[in-house]
Design a protein around this ligand. Structure first.
Ligand code: ATP
Length: 347
């Protein structure tokens, strides 16, 4: 186990034209599951590759257990990286694939087979050791790649979108497995994804990246409830946080907090009359789309109603909705969109 830290890390490509990582400082604590989340091109993979030593930073340092490892080759960092493409050897058996790094390191056969069986059983692929990769499902292949990383007993796991080749159902079960596996092993893990559901489900903490910078790092709940800026507020959540422009501010509230007025505790609520134009049913929830002019500039917003809210609502009508004051978030109406103090809205 180990602490992995980057300090003021910058990585440029093409002679400084591309700023893939732009002054990132971040640490994964001992045994922590840190997720790097962000849209395509935000620098996640470059950050992971720089930590692994596959890329040299333009500036800044990588530290493992407080030792600067910048400039040291990948193999001395005791890091195992699992990529999106599992890169298994197709002609080798599962067992031969798993023991490959140990064999390359000159470990005795008995010892490496013992480790391979331990890792395979831990990941539930103990019965598949004689098969070839083509005889495995996508999820099983992924577990072989993980087992191969695990036998090296790394101090740190770096996982780059390891679930992205799986179908939705398999992804969900593989996510559960990964989480319980990490709980058991306790190895510091940095996990890259652009999938917020995966990030929320797996991460002890999430670092949200955009344009090579960390916008916010914190536990999933905090990122969701208290986004540091409008990028985080709208990148996380489905549908994303509603934002209404008002007097140089943006007033934000999550769709599940915009409810028919009788469902919001009286006293400290803000009325939001909604001219409803569309209703969707998604996984048992009712998504009600409409325009409101009360909070600020006329804005199309969405309310997400759980099945327990049975109020009849129809497209074409104006319905009284409300948000509890404690659910409102305020941001500056600027490019950065940083959080601000609350402004007075009236009721
Ligand atoms: P994705 O989710 O699509 O994999 P990412 O967040 O992992 O994206 P990176 O692959 O880290 O993003 O890329 C960050 C930026 O750096 C992108 O603009 C990309 O085009 C650029 N980049 C990455 N590698 C190189 C390279 N070798 N040469 C030039 N530009 C690069």
């Amino acid at each position: 186990m180990a602490v992995v830290e980057v300090r003021e890390l910058t990585k440029e490509f093409e002679g400084g034209k591309v700023h893939a990582i732009d002054g990132v400082s971040l640490a994964a604590h001992d045994g922590e599951y840190l997720v790097l989340l962000g849209p395509s091109g935000c620098g996640k993979t470059t950050l992971l590759r720089t930590i692994a030593g596959l890329e040299e930073p333009t500036a800044g340092d990588v530290l493992i257990d407080n030792h600067v490892v910048t400039g040291l080759p990948p193999r001395v960092r005791k890091i195992a990286m699992v990529f999106q493409s599992y890169a298994l050897y197709p002609h080798k058996t599962v067992l031969a694939n798993i023991v490959f790094p140990l064999r390359a390191a000159g470990m005795a056969r008995e010892e490496r087979d013992r480790k391979a069986h331990w890792a395979a059983n831990l990941l539930g692929i103990g019965k598949l050791l004689d098969r070839k990769p083509r005889q495995l499902s996508g999820g099983e292949r992924q577990r072989v790649a993980l087992a191969r990383a695990l036998v090296r007993e790394p101090q740190v796991f770096l996982l780059d979108e390891p679930l992205s080749n799986l179908d939705a159902k398999l992804r969900a079960s593989a996510r559960d497995e990964l989480k319980s596996f990490q709980d058991e092993i306790g190895t510091t893990t940095i996990y890259v994804t652009h999938d917020q559901v995966e990030a929320m489900g797996l991460g002890d903490r999430i670092a949200v990246l955009s344009g090579g910078k960390v916008r916010q790092a914190g536990p999933p709940r905090e990122i969701y409830d208290d986004p540091a800026d409008t990028f985080v507020a709208t990148f996380i959540g489905s549908p994303p946080m509603n934002l209404v422009r008002r007097d140089g501010h943006l007033v934000g509230f999550r769709p599940e907090h915009l409810l028919p007025v009788e469902n919001v505790a009286a006293g400290d609520r803000t009325a939001v009359p909604l001219a409803v134009d569309r209703i969707e049913y998604l996984s048992g929830d009712r998504h009600v789309y409409g325009t409101t002019s009360r909070l600020g500039e006329p804005t199309r917003v969405v309310a997400r109603l759980p099945a327990t809210v049975e109020t009849p609502i129809a497209a074409g009508e104006t319905h009284e909705f409300a948000v509890h004051a404690s659910r409102l978030r305020f941001f500056a109406d600027t490019d950065e969109g940083l959080r601000t103090d609350p402004i007075r809205l009236g009721t």
